[in-house]
Write a protein that binds this ligand. Structure first.
Ligand code: AVJ
Length: 323
């Protein structure tokens, strides 16, 4: 057996339930109705997301992984020795191995993840693979304030790792706010290794979010299943259809769930009305240009140092520094 969960000291910053319900209801009362994509990631949603990453149409994960694999030594040089590596939304921590293999002298690895099951599985796997690495898992919604756990070895600096183009889920202003939060969390002389999906041909983008096997549709609909199970809602999953559209003006893919008919639902005892054809917005996935991303990160106080791209220029991994 590998390291038992009990040996991994998890810092718990999970939000209490009440604000979650209020937040959900607020989004469902606005026009258009919307729910934060952070609700996708319950245990089943996290598994479905891992399945999405394997889809032939979903080029993001494969492309970023190839970039990280090709430039891991360069990225590790930017991070330097004795750093505290903090991964935001670590999920299965799959890409992290590529960096950890090149970073034998890290102070500690801090995966930050909202899904507790995913966090524990990943933290356990990492400690098994790197027995000399201190792993300090944090269960948190990384958009809310939390503190970094203290590592046994004092770090030379803190570097945030935020792969996957998860930054794309944030509206530009909130993305800037999140990158500011990263900068203040990481302290002086910080680094940020961040992945961004790039603007490209619409067909490629559209297929990545409307896959032939329908896994993205299942991932989208699982949100309703979760609301039913955890928040006492009564959504009929058969009465909503998945659709992903490209919003050119905002440079983003939008995931919607479309109500097949007029229906009244309840969530946490409150009634919610849907018209026939009404859309519930479940995700915005922004796509970037290098110049656009540099402007956003600069607004958050980060200096662009390096960017590594694949040959098709589908995706970029950036190294930014706070000083
Ligand atoms: C994890 C936010 C990067 O936007 O591509 C995948 C989530 N949504 N398929 C993305 C997602 C639909 C993904 N991110």
């Amino acid at each position: 057996m590998s390291v038992p969960y009990a040996q991994l000291r998890v810092s718990d910053w999970r939000p209490p339930r009440e604000p979650l319900v209020a937040d959900l209801l607020r989004g469902l009362r606005e026009t258009p109705k919307h729910i934060s994509p952070s609700y996708f990631y319950d245990a089943r949603g996290s598994q479905l997301f891992d399945a999405i990453c394997e889809l032939p149409e979903y080029y993001l994960t494969r492309t970023e992984t190839r970039i990280l694999a090709a430039h891991a030594a360069d990225i590790a040089r930017c991070i330097g020795d004795d750093a505290l590596l903090v991964e935001f939304g670590s999920g299965a921590s799959t890409k992290t191995h590529l960096l950890l293999d090149q970073l034998p002298h890290l102070s500690a690895y801090v995966p930050v993840e909202i899904s507790r099951s995913h966090l524990l599985d990943a933290a356990q796997r990492i400690s098994k693979t790197y027995p000399r690495l201190e792993v300090l898992p944090v269960c948190a919604d990384f958009t809310m304030p939390f503190e970094l756990p203290k590592s046994q070895r004092v770090p030379a600096r803190t570097v945030v790792f935020f792969p996957g183009s998860t930054i794309g889920n944030f509206e530009p202003a909130s993305g800037i706010e999140l990158m500011r939060l990263m900068r203040s969390l990481a302290g002086p002389n910080a680094g940020l290794v961040i992945g961004t999906d790039l603007v490209k041909e619409v067909g490629v983008l559209s297929r990545a979010y409307n896959d032939g096997a329908g896994v993205t549709a299942q991932f989208n609909l699982n949100l309703l299943r979760r609301l039913n199970r955890e928040f006492g809602a009564d959504f009929d999953l058969g009465a909503f259809a998945h659709e992903a559209i490209w919003n050119a003006a905002e440079a983003r893919i939008e995931m919607h769930l479309i109500s097949a008919r007029r229906q009244t639902l309840s969530l946490a005892g409150e009634r919610i009305e849907f018209a026939a054809g009404e859309r519930l917005v479940t995700e915005h996935s922004h796509k970037y240009t290098l110049a656009g991303f540099h402007a956003q990160s600069a607004a958050a106080g980060w200096h662009a140092c390096e960017a590594w791209l694949d040959e098709r220029r589908y995706f970029a991994v950036h190294y930014l520094s706070s000083s």
